[in-house]
Design a protein around this ligand. Structure first.
Ligand SMILES: [Zn+2]
Ligand SMILES: [Zn+2]
Length: 493
């Protein structure tokens, strides 16, 4: 079993860690109750199949947590360059220091992590090395510095007309690091002036009524209490997991809870059409492995049925990963078959495919993938897409300006079509455009920045589409902030 470190963090509920990075071959993790998990970092042999992913092998003592394959689907997981071939002694020493820091941080939290093997010499390290870290939003270990950010902006001014290009950025910092390959799918020309498209303008009142912003919420307090809580927080749209997102167990919502949930919706006049539960991270509906595919399809169907019981018509999920075992085209076919299978056994819920950052072997990072999946789905009335701003940007769609948004959404409309748009995930990005890293950041705090969000809340093509924040924090202020971006007309200020 393998899991990314962010999953480990979630399983163990380690929230207080600000930074974790270690180079060793074994860690043991215990908490106050008992020893629940020990984990061993995989060998390079295992790593090779999962390039760019932080992988930790998990040995689960109580046999209830199944962590197969989830690193491929992990939202907001943290990934480093493959540095195996380039580690220098100073780098190594730095990592050993980080390792010590980790222990001191962890010892102060409720969970204890002990590195049982010291960091090794670079030669040996090549066999076992892995970099892993947790990051807290307000103490980011990996967030780009302002200088890097400005450099990247400056670099953009020299980039090209809006075409599909593959460029290689050369970070000025360490020579020992490989330059990261960055793929830009849609860019814009900085010299071109943004001209608002008048057909998408609306009055301020229409915008305030039409734009439905909210956030992903926890169902810890029970599904029925979700609605009141959303309203108290000023949310007009919500998402949540109908089951534990990192488990194969599936939803366990009883009929009574489903009934009172629906009553709450009616009572508070909160339409289920602004609710879009998120599917399990375990799903791989395009899996090349028969057993995983079957498990994924069963879980997918169970979650969709659960949405139907709750009276919800939108259900959002990540399309899947080819795991380098089959081609993208073959995997896309498998994904479409998975949707067709679920459609046969449901009647009202729409399968909403989320675009991805293209991390690992995830599909859905290009609009063409979404189009091709839809093309193979029999019932087109119950398939749609969810655009995640962080994922789009990381995948190479440059939406860091009004003009960029105009170009990218034109491209989306041309390839997929706004008629298939069912949901939006509003997230800024810690990763730069085209880096293919799925790292969510709070609104306006990342490399996307405020113009994108200002653009979207003023465009009537997003009216009545649930817009869900998947960022850290309570979201109350972020939702208010986003509504404050709604203005009288579409002129750029
Ligand atoms: Zn997602
Ligand atoms: Zn998302």
């Amino acid at each position: 079993m393998f899991a990314s470190v962010s999953t480990l963090k979630s399983v163990l509920n380690i929230k207080s860690l600000s930074s974790l990075r270690f180079y060793s071959n074994t860690i043991k993790i215990t908490n106050n109750n008992s020893s629940i998990i020990s984990s061993r970092i995989t060998s390079k042999r295992n790593m090779s199949k999962r390039k760019n992913n932080d992988v930790v092998e998990i040995v689960d003592n109580d046999d209830t947590i199944d962590l197969d394959d989830i690193d491929e689907h992990d939202c907001d997981s943290h990934h480093e360059d493959d540095t195996e071939d380039e580690l220098s002694i100073p780098t190594l020493q730095k990592e050993v220091e980080s390792n010590k820091k980790l222990n001191s941080i962890v010892n102060n939290s409720t969970t204890k992590v002990t590195a049982t093997a010291a960091a090794k010499k670079p030669a040996a390290l090549k066999q076992t090395v892995i970099s892993s870290f947790f990051t807290k939003v307000d103490q980011p270990a990996d967030v780009h510095t302002d200088k890097e950010y400005l450099d990247s902006r400056a670099k953009k001014t020299t980039t090209t007309t809006p075409t599909t290009t593959t460029a290689s950025t050369t970070p000025p910092k360490k020579k020992t690091k490989k330059s990261k390959e960055v793929t830009i799918l849609v860019d814009y020309d900085k010299n071109e002036k943004y001209v608002p498209e008048l057909q998408y303008s609306a009055s301020k009142k229409e915008k305030m009524d039409g734009i439905k912003i909210g956030a992903h919420m926890s169902i810890k307090g029970g599904i029925p209490s979700l609605i009141k809580s959303a309203i108290d927080k000023g949310f007009k749209a919500i998402a949540f997991f109908v089951a534990t997102p990192r488990s194969w167990r599936g939803p366990k919502i009883n009929a009574e809870d489903a009934k009172s949930f629906k009553e709450e919706c009616t009572k508070h006049n909160f339409s289920p059409k602004y609710m879009m539960p998120h599917g399990s991270y375990f799903l791989n509906l395009g899996s090349p492995e028969a057993d995983k595919l079957e498990k994924s399809r069963n879980l997918f169907l169970a979650e969709m049925k659960c949405c139907e019981e709750l009276g919800i018509t939108l259900y959002n999920f990540h399309p899947g990963s080819h795991l380098n075992m089959i081609s993208e085209e073959e995997s896309i076919k498998v994904i479409a078959e998975s949707i067709n299978y679920a459609h046969k056994h449901t009647s009202t819920v729409t399968a909403v495919i989320e675009c991805t950052a293209g991390q690992g072997t995830n599909l859905g990072y290009k609009f063409e993938h979404l189009r091709d999946i839809i093309a193979l789905v029999d019932d087109k009335t119950r398939v749609g897409v969810c655009l995640d701003t962080c994922h789009m940007f990381a995948a190479g769609y440059n939406i860091d300006s009004y003009l960029g948004c105009q170009k990218v959404f034109q491209e989306f409309d041309r390839i997929v079509g706004f008629s298939y748009l069912r949901g939006i995930h509003l997230n800024d990005s810690k990763a730069k455009c085209g880096e293919k890293l799925d790292r969510h950041e709070n609104i306006d705090k990342g490399h996307i920045g405020s113009p994108c969000f200002r653009y979207m809340v003023n465009d009537n093509r997003f009216f009545h589409i649930p817009m869900i924040l998947e960022t850290e924090g309570s979201h109350i202020e972020e939702v208010k902030q986003l509504y404050s971006y709604i203005k009288e007309d579409n002129q750029e200020k």
